[in-house]
Design a protein around this ligand. Sequence first.
Ligand SMILES: NC(=O)c1ccc[n+]([C@@H]2O[C@H](COP(=O)([O-])OP(=O)(O)OC[C@H]3O[C@@H](n4cnc5c(N)ncnc54)[C@H](O)[C@@H]3O)[C@@H](O)[C@H]2O)c1
Length: 362
Amino acid sequence: MATTPEIAPNLVRVSHQDAKTFAISLLTASGVSARNAEITASALVQADSRGVESHGILRLPSYLARVRNGVLDPVAEPTLTHITPVVAQVDGHNGFGFPAAHLGMDTAIAMARVFGIGMVSVKHSNHFGMSAWIVKQAVEADMMSLVFTNSSPALPVWGGREKMMGVSPIACGAPGGKGKDAKPFILDMAPSVAARGKIHKALRRGEKIPADWALDGEGKQTDDPAKALEGVMLPMGGPKGSALAIMMDVFSGVLSGSAFAGGVTGPYDMSKPGDVGHFFVAIKPDLFMNLDEFKNRMDILYQKVVKGEKMHGVDRIYFPGEIEQLSEEQRLKDGIPYAKEEIDVLNAEAEKLGVDKIPLME
Ligand SMILES: NC(=O)c1ccc[n+]([C@@H]2O[C@H](COP(=O)([O-])OP(=O)(O)OC[C@H]3O[C@@H](n4cnc5c(N)ncnc54)[C@H](O)[C@@H]3O)[C@@H](O)[C@H]2O)c1
């Protein structure tokens, strides 16, 4: 008989279905349409299932505080304008970022099915959480993709000391091979040493952070998440991480007509609309060969990568996105672990909105 793995004493488990139903109830009680609540809740629970808890349902209290403060419009519907047969623009009208992003990738996929490629720029949007859920949307349609966004200032440019660029994730993907062990390629990474959401998660859970993630307000390394949030995130790879953050701003902010150059408002800032920009490309992988051949070649690449010789001290080599996929497989079966303090935060939100508390697994 399968047993549920042990978890730390301050953690409890919630099934992914219950987490999603709960998230939908908070969103619809805040005025979000059933369809947009479904898209948003699904993306947030996918993050929790994939072990990216920094971008899961614990984001809801801050998103909903922005709704209550009148800086995020819960009833806004994204609109679509076709520019050329392969280019479209979505206006998010300051609604939740998730439905705007979903419409953007859906449209890019539809164009790529007919013309081989589809490009969508999204303006006046908000935070869309973990980029990988949009890459997965494309993978599930047998499409390759690029998923870019800009975000609020948190990172200095190389050589600078003020927050200027966002910790804006760069993501892309491709469908995997066909074998039972085959995995899609899903790269989703912030250009900083670690995503800022991981600092918020450590703060929520009373944990310390590695000293190389961020500087405090005085420019000193810190392992205290509260002090790190007063300072700046450190770019990965020095000038290279800083350049990737600028790249996200060029493609998502400058190009779309949304805020850029430090002008995006963050998801924890209640002062004004986010005005986030995104940039999506979908590419049909069977342009130069049939889909089976492409998938066989992906499988060869995957096998070559994960079966390569390991460096000393490494037990297993993973493909990009594989660790998250393994977490997802496990958590869909065993439930998602949350800290008790996090459940309290979610239940306080439920009480404010008059909806049922989040049910815990036995
Ligand atoms: N929407 C926003 O504004 C925003 C901003 C920042 C971050 N985020 C999200 O935060 C999340 C976390 O970002 P991060 O940079 O901290 O991610 P991360 O460092 O945990 O992972 C980055 C990438 O490296 C791969 N990876 C990690 N460990 C690996 C290993 N041992 N072997 C092989 N591959 C490995 C992962 O599969 C992933 O593709 C992302 O989902 C990102 O989209 C969102």
